[in-house]
Design a protein around this ligand. Structure first.
Ligand code: PDD
Length: 277
């Protein structure tokens, strides 16, 4: 497996980062996860735009131009055998003696790896997944794709501990998103997802879901759903670059409506699969 680190391609075993890297000591960095289908990065421009947004949000400079990032990703995907892959890209503020204050004149650490996309269990789409609701304990700038994922990890583990595949996060009585996904609910035939503000990550898959819904004439609103409404929803879904769009059919140990993947999810999933080609 080949990785890219600070300008060079190398075997993963050969890649070394200093223990003084601010990513390691402070979680001071941002990242992207980009799906690659049949060797082609999916919605790459949108991912690179979001990377720039995250970098701006934490006052870091971009190591490369979009063209250069595209070249790096293309080469890495080729080296790692094309096919379906997930590219992970991260930029940290670089290596410096530990200090909360930003160092001066330090080059960012740029790292990219790619791995085959793990095929999801067939049951996820056939039967749907389980989710639990938990209090959203994250910070107030969730629109930045920061590597600082301790809250997300704690919440996702809570789900894992009770045999659920995702934790749906509730802030001030309303669903924001999943621990590693955007989230949706269908109420009275209308699709709802939280608006793109500082409480959620502006998901690339989310944008595509709404684009597809729009084209299909599905009514949708970018409006957060209350915890109570979520528990009476006709359909609940999650979306992410690595899990596509998945139906949640069990919420907090109770079936969502009939307990089967819903018709609007089926429509969106079919459109998504076609769009991927
Ligand atoms: N996570 N919200 C959160 C908190 C996420 O971590 C992710 C994705 C999403 C979905 O965004 P997108 O559709 O752009 O993948 C929403 C990635 C996959 C991860 O951390 O591995």
């Amino acid at each position: 497996n080949t990785v890219f680190l600070n300008g060079d391609f190398m075997h993963a075993d050969q890649a070394r980062v200093s223990v003084f890297d601010r990513g390691f000591l402070l979680g001071d960095g941002v990242y992207e996860v980009i799906p690659v289908y049949a060797g082609r990065p999916f919605r790459l421009i949108q991912h690179l735009q979001r990377l720039q947004r995250s970098l701006d949000g934490v006052r870091m400079k971009n190591s490369y131009s979009d063209d250069k990032w595209s070249d790096i990703i293309a080469q890495l995907v080729t080296e790692n055998g094309q096919g379906d892959q997930a590219v992970y890209l991260q930029v940290t503020r670089g290596v410096a003696p530990r200090d909360h204050v930003f160092p001066e004149g330090v080059e960012p650490t740029a790292f990219v790896m790619s791995n085959p996309i793990k095929p999801l269990p067939e049951s996820y789409k056939r039967d749907g997944i389980k989710a639990i609701t938990v209090e959203d304990i994250r910070w107030s700038q969730c629109d930045i794709k920061a590597i600082t994922l301790l809250p997300n990890s704690l919440l996702r583990q809570k789900a894992q501990d009770v045999g659920a595949q995702e934790a749906l996060l509730i802030r001030d009585g309303f669903m924001t998103e999943g621990s590693a996904s955007n989230s949706y609910a269908v109420l009275d035939g209308v699709l709802y997802t939280a608006p793109k503000d500082e409480k959620v990550l502006p998901g690339i898959t989310r944008d595509l879901v709404l684009e597809l819904a729009d084209k299909a004439g599905i009514n949708y609103r970018e409006q957060a759903v209350s915890d109570a409404d979520l528990h009476r929803a006709e359909e609940i879904w999650i979306s992410s670059s690595t899990r596509e769009v998945l139906p949640v059919t069990t919420l907090d140990d109770k079936p969502v409506a009939t307990g089967k993947p819903g018709p609007i999810w089926q429509q969106i999933d079919a459109l998504y699969q076609r769009y991927k080609q």
